[in-house]
Design a protein around this ligand. Structure first.
Ligand code: FPP
Length: 237
C-alpha cells in the first residue's frame, strides 16, 4: 500500500504547525553558506504546502522567522528577508491556483516595509481562498504574542470584566485559527523555542532528525501516520 494511503482520512489533524529547523547545518555540511540552506528550505516549504493541501489539512503554520532570529548576523537576516519577499511574490499565483489562503502572525510591524507590503498584498489577494490556510509566523514568539494580548486587554475600557480562556484567545494573533493538533520540529532538536505557547496546550509533538531542506512528502506523511497512532486523552482517563 502506498504510504499516503495509510493515512486515515477521517482522523486528520486539522492544523499542523512546523518548526523548520536545520537549514544552517544542512548548508554547513555541504561546505556552503547558511543562506544556501535557507534557499533550499524554500523548496521544502513549497513541497510541504502542496502535500498538506493534497492530504486535506485545513491549517498549516510555519515558523519562518522568530523574534530571536533578529539577533542573527545582518547578512543572514537580510538574506532571509529578501528570500521571503521573493518567495511571497513568486508563490502568490500558486496559492491562488491551489485555493490557499495566506495569513501571518507575529510582530509584523518589525518587518522591512517591502516585506510587509508583499505580505499584505498576498494576504489580501488570497483572502477568499478556501482549501487550506497557510500561516507564516514572522518576527513571532509565543511570549510576545501573550504579552501583546494582555496589553490589548489592558487598553480596553471594560478591562475589569473577568476573562475566560475563550475570551483571552480572541486577543491572540491566532484568534481565527483552531489550535494545532500536531507540532513537527525537524533537525533533531527537541524544544518548543517560544512557538505557539498558548495554542499547543494539548498538541502532539513529533520530532525528526531530518534537516528542513531534506523534508519531503514522505516525512510529512510519516508524521501524520505517527500522530494517528496516538491516543489523545486531553487529561481524561
Ligand atoms: C531554521 O534553520 C530556519 C529558519 C530560521 C528560517 C526558515 C526560513 C525558510 C525555510 C525560508 C523562508 C520561508 C518561507 C516561508 C518563504 P536554522 O538556520 O536555525 O538552522 P540551524 O539550526 O541548522 O542553524
Amino acid at each position: 500500500m502506498a504510504l499516503i494511503e495509510q493515512i486515515e482520512k477521517e482522523n486528520l489533524p486539522k492544523h499542523i504547525a512546523i518548526t523548520m529547523d536545520g537549514n544552517g547545518r544542512w548548508a554547513e555540511k555541504k561546505g556552503k553558506f547558511r543562506v544556501f540552506g535557507h534557499q533550499n528550505g524554500v523548496k521544502a516549504v513549497r513541497g510541504t504546502v502542496e502535500t498538506a493541501a493534497e492530504i486535506g489539512i485545513k491549517y498549516l503554520t510555519l515558523y519562518a522567522f522568530s523574534t530571536e532570529n533578529w539577533n542573527r548576523s545582518e547578512r543572514e537576516v537580510n538574506a532571509l528577508m529578501s528570500l521571503l519577499i521573493s518567495t511571497i511574490n513568486k508563490e502568490t499565483k500558486t496559492l491562488m491556483k491551489n485555493d490557499i489562503r495566506l495569513l501571518a502572525i507575529g510582530n509584523l510591524q518589525q518587518l522591512p516595509k517591502k516585506c510587509l507590503k508583499e505580505l499584505e498584498e498576498a494576504i489580501e489577494k488570497t483572502k477568499n481562498n478556501k482549501r487550506m490556510t497557510l500561516i507564516l509566523a514572522l518576527s513571532y514568539s509565543g511570549r510576545w504574542e501573550i504579552v501583546n494580548a494582555v496589553n490589548k486587554i489592558l487598553k480596553e475600557k471594560n478591562s475589569k470584566k473577568e476573562l475566560t480562556e475563550e475570551t483571552f484567545q480572541q486577543y491572540l494573533n491566532t484568534k481565527s485559527v483552531p489550535d494545532p493538533e500536531l507540532l513537527i520540529r525537524t533537525s533533531g532538536e527537541k524544544r518548543i523555542s517560544n512557538f505557539l505557547l498558548w495554542q499547543i496546550a494539548y498538541c502532539e509533538l513529533y520530532f525528526t532528525d531530518t534537516l528542513w531542506p531534506d523534508f519531503r512528502k514522505e516525512d510529512l506523511i510519516n508524521a501524520i501516520i505517527d500522530y494517528q497512532k496516538r491516543e489523545r486523552r486531553f487529561g481524561k482517563s
